[in-house]
Design a protein around this ligand. Sequence first.
Ligand SMILES: [Zn+2]
Length: 46
Amino acid sequence: MPKAGETPGAGNFQCTKCGYIVALANATDKLPVCPKCRAVDYIKKK
Ligand SMILES: [Zn+2]
């Protein structure tokens, strides 16, 4: 499971707590702490 601070690659990642979706455009982008609920756990969306 990708977490905030990791660089899981480009794609869409959904916060497991509130469902907020963070889109990463580049493989070097870091997942931020969820801007909505400050959770750190995400799941990768297809
Ligand atoms: Zn959240």
